[in-house]
Design a protein. Structure first.
Length: 95
């Protein structure tokens, strides 16, 4: 999986999710995790580091982005699903 492509797709999905009513706190969480992934990706590009370390940081960056894709996918499925009424019987209040 390519970090740059995955990051670009994630930004587009986030933009759509915000339009669909993504809660602010989730947006902040995703943006913070995207920044974390970006720092890991930048570390993976440091030629002064050992190849194993660079591979580890790249893998970490991509895995974080894939996890965020899953999170946004869950949100968009829930946002698109019709509201399901609560199946539990409603109690009548004693008047």
């Amino acid at each position: 999986m390519n970090y740059t492509t995955t990051s670009r797709e994630l930004k587009a999905r986030l933009k759509r999710a915000i339009k669909d009513g993504l809660p602010d706190w989730v947006q902040v969480h995703i943006e913070c995790r995207m920044e974390y992934a970006k720092r890991k990706w930048e570390a993976s590009r440091d030629k002064a580091q050992a190849k194993e370390d660079r591979d580890h940081w790249y893998s970490k960056a991509v895995n974080v982005l894939l996890g965020l894709h899953d999170l946004l996918g869950d949100f968009s499925r829930r946002a698109a699903a019709p509201a399901v009424p609560d199946p539990s019987p409603q109690r009548e209040s004693a008047a």
